[in-house]
Design a protein around this ligand. Structure first.
Ligand SMILES: C[S@@+](CC[C@H](N)C(=O)[O-])C[C@H]1O[C@@H](n2cnc3c(N)ncnc32)[C@H](O)[C@@H]1O
Length: 222
C-alpha cells in the first residue's frame, strides 16, 4: 500500500440533497434483509468469546487488514477489540484463512457488518466505542445508499453504542455522517481534522502520505 492515492472526485458539491428524506425513510422502516449464509455461525463464535472474556468491547468495523484493531487492542487492554471485515484478501494477512481469529484481547472476523450489527443489537453487547475508519466513499451522487449514512442499516448501527468515531479523507462523507448523526440523535456532533504522527490504519497512512486532509467525526454518549 505504498502508492499515492488521488483525492476523492465526486459530482456532489455538498451534503446529498436526498440524505434527509432517505434517513427519514430508513428511520420509519426497520431493515429486514435476510442474513447471509454462515454469518450466524461466525456471530455465534464471536458471542461465545465475548461472553467468556466479559470486557467492554471496541468495535472496528471495516477493519481491512486488522492493523488498526491490533493497535487498539494493545492500547486498550481492559477491553476486547473486535475487528470485522468482509474481505478475505485484506484480513488474511493476520487470519490465514480462518473466519475468526483470536489473540488475547483481539478478535478478527470475516463477515458482513450489515448482518453482524443487527446480531449484536439483538444480543445487547456492551460496546464502549465503535470505529469506522476510512469506509469506502462511494462518491457518485447515485451511490448515496452505499455510504453508511445513506444505508438502511444506519439507524440500527448508531444505536449500538454512544461513542462513534468515523475517519475519512472525503470532506462530504464527513459532513453527511455528521448531518445524519445529528438528525437521528438530536445532539451536536464534532467534526475536526486530524494531524497524524502515528497512523491507526494502512488507509490512514496512504491518504496522509498522499497529502490528503483527514476528517474525523466523533460523537460522545449519544
Ligand atoms: C477503504 S477500506 C479501509 C480499511 C481500514 N479501515 C483502513 O483504514 O485501512 C474499507 C474496508 O471496508 C470493508 N467493508 C466495506 N463494506 C463492508 C461490510 N459491509 N462489511 C464488512 N466490511 C466491509 C472493505 O472490505 C474494506 O476493507
Amino acid at each position: 500500500m505504498s502508492t499515492k492515492s488521488s483525492v476523492v472526485i465526486s459530482n456532489q458539491t455538498g451534503v446529498h440533497k436526498d440524505l434527509e428524506s432517505t434517513l427519514k425513510k430508513h428511520l420509519a422502516n426497520t431493515y429486514r434483509k435476510p442474513y447471509r449464509p454462515f454469518t450466524g455461525e461466525i456471530f455465534h463464535q464471536l458471542d461465545e468469546i465475548q461472553k467468556t472474556i466479559n470486557k467492554p468491547i471496541i468495535l472496528d468495523s471495516g477493519c481491512g487488514t486488522g492493523e488498526s484493531s491490533q493497535q487498539l487492542a494493545k492500547q486498550n487492554l481492559d477491553t476486547l477489540v473486535i475487528g470485522i471485515d468482509k474481505s478475505e484478501k485484506r484480513l488474511d494477512k493476520l487470519t490465514s484463512h480462518n473466519s475468526v481469529y483470536q489473540k488475547e484481547n483481539l478478535i478478527l472476523a470475516r463477515a458482513d457488518v450489515v448482518d453482524i450489527w443487527r446480531m449484536i443489537k439483538e444480543s445487547n453487547w456492551n460496546i464502549k466505542k465503535h470505529y469506522l475508519l476510512y469506509p469506502n466513499p462511494w462518491p457518485k451522487k447515485d451511490q448515496l445508499k452505499r455510504r453508511w449514512q445513506g444505508h438502511p442499516i444506519f439507524p440500527e448501527m448508531i444505536s449500538l453504542c454512544g461513542q462513534i468515531e468515523l475517519r475519512t479523507n472525503w470532506k462530504i462523507y464527513a459532513e453527511e455522517f455528521k448531518f445524519a448523526l445529528e438528525l437521528v440523535t438530536n445532539k451536536a456532533v464534532l467534526m475536526d481534522t486530524i494531524d497524524v504522527n502515528h497512523f491507526i490504519s494502512p488507509f490512514e497512512k496512504k491518504y496522509h502520505e498522499s497529502g490528503h486532509t483527514l476528517y474525523r467525526i466523533t460523537s460522545e454518549s449519544l
